[in-house]
Design a protein around this ligand. Structure first.
Ligand SMILES: [Zn+2]
Length: 223
């Protein structure tokens, strides 16, 4: 196989690009003739359709909002779904209009949290067929996290403390419920133990044991 000499794009030199060192561009695989079905292409085996309301932090007649199953590196990552088994381009006008309202409402709710500067809204939909919009919160002051690499930084940063994460989920759910629907997330119960007894021990939580445990481990020293 020949050496790949494709020049690296400019974005690899942007401050927001999370990696440095020697890199090369991957070879582009040939296109497939027919793309494979996405997960849940058929409503009968759709994970979103089969997930009960109590797995969501807020639900209404036509919309639901869910969190990840554990705290994230970013202060908040949420997914907005319509209840109906539809993708973005399939939404009838009523749902399309409500999607706009819900997007603005959820953006405001997340941006109201302490320490959140901006909320990035994304829809990819290459993995699952059922419409799901991603809402990713960028921490205030972290200018290096601005822009398109935010979702990569989410997997790099140490996860936020679980109690703070639960508190924030409850705040967002309550904010949404002020306009209708039902909040399912409850504020974290006050833990009277010392923090050391609450933290998940290293190695117990899969993906997270590959992460740095504190911001100090990823942060440059103060100038
Ligand atoms: Zn579905």
């Amino acid at each position: 196989m020949s050496e790949n000499t494709t020049p690296l794009p400019d974005f690899t030199r942007w401050p927001s690009f999370p990696f440095e060192g020697d890199m090369r561009v991957k070879k582009l695989a040939p296109p497939v003739e027919v793309e494979p079905p996405r997960s849940g292409e058929d409503a009968s085996d759709c994970v979103a359709c089969g997930t009960p309301d109590d797995s969501y932090i807020w639900v209404s007649e036509r919309w639901r909002v869910r969190a990840m199953d554990r705290p994230t590196g970013l202060p908040m990552v949420l997914i907005l779904e319509c209840r109906s088994h539809l993708d973005l381009g399939d939404l009838p006008n009523l749902l399309a209009a409500e999607l706009g309202v819900m997007t603005v409402r959820l953006e405001r709710a997340i941006r109201s949290l302490d320490g959140v500067a901006r909320v990035h809204v994304n829809r990819w939909g290459d993995g699952s067929a059922h419409l799901h919009m991603w809402f990713l919160a960028r921490p205030y002051g972290r200018l290096q996290l601005r822009g398109t690499f935010l979702s990569l930084w989410d997997d790099i940063l140490p996860v936020v403390p679980e109690s703070q994460w639960r508190e924030n989920l409850a705040l967002v759910a309550a904010w949404l419920a002020d306009f209708g629907g039902q909040a399912n997330a409850e504020p974290a119960h006050i833990a009277w133990e010392s923090p050391a007894t609450i933290d998940v021990p290293t190695g117990m939580d899969g993906d997270n044991d590959r992460r740095p445990s504190t911001l100090g481990d990823v942060e440059a020293a103060e100038a």
